[in-house]
Design a binder for this molecule. Structure first.
Ligand code: AMP
Length: 209
């Protein structure tokens, strides 16, 4: 199955993707995670991406599209994939459609996680990651245990200022993907407000998994 997760930053795309992987049995492709890995490794791609990421801006389409094209051409994606954080612009969606069409395949479902802006800001600014395990916590909603609390870190783009930039970009550039996919009947809107378990249950039901 080829699935796309669309939603504002902090909608729970990464959290829900990790929960659905077992059912889907496909690779999880997060462009944000790929860029963060490239930044950490100090590759030329990472150096370019970091300039945009730390400001909460989008990495240019040409760079992002090339990265995803290469990734979905890998053998482990032959049976499907879960794309999280891509496409984020109409040119990215068009490039993805063209690449898949050339391979004679198509996206089966686009899950749109709806979360209101005020809740997004609260979720993002409280988000912290344990650098040792990669586990994501929230200072209020899911606080780290005492032995982990001392080492959690905040993503550079999770400050309130960068968060507001990312939200504005979402409304301006990513929200138009909803009509883009909506016309083809593959789009499923899912309420992203609630506990992670509640949202997972809604996603499983909506995707028929
Ligand atoms: P995420 O982890 O999905 O919130 O992505 C973190 C950051 O990586 C974004 O704010 C962008 O700077 C960059 N990024 C991730 N995916 C994309 C994309 N599809 N297009 C452009 N930039 C992206």
């Amino acid at each position: 199955m080829r699935v796309i997760f669309v939603g504002p930053p902090g909608a729970g795309k990464g959290t829900q993707a990790a929960r659905l992987l077992e059912r889907l049995g496909t690779p999880h492709i997060s462009t944000g995670d790929m860029f963060r890995a490239a930044v950490k490794a100090g590759t030329p791609l990472g150096q370019e991406a970091e300039r945009y990421m730390k400001l909460g801006q989008l990495v240019p389409d040409a760079v992002t599209i090339g990265l995803v094209r290469e990734r979905i051409a890998q053998p482990d994606c032959a049976g499907g994939f879960l794309l999280d954080g891509f496409p984020r612009t109409t040119p990215q969606a068009e490039a993805l459609e063209a690449a898949l069409q050339a391979d004679g395949v198509a996206i089966d479902a686009v899950a749109v996680l709806d979360v209101p802006d005020d809740l997004i800001v609260e979720r993002i600014t409280g988000r912290r990651t344990d650098p040792e395990t990669g586990r994501i916590y929230h200072l209020r909603f899911d606080p780290p245990p005492a032995d982990v609390a001392g080492r959690v870190v905040q993503r550079k783009d999770d400050t309130e200022e960068a968060c507001r930039t990312r939200l504005a970009l979402y409304h301006e550039q990513t929200a138009p993907l909803v009509p883009f996919y909506g016309d083809s009947g593959r789009m499923k809107r899912v309420d992203g407000v609630g506990t992670p378990d509640e949202v997972t249950a809604r996603l499983l039901a909506t995707l028929g998994l």
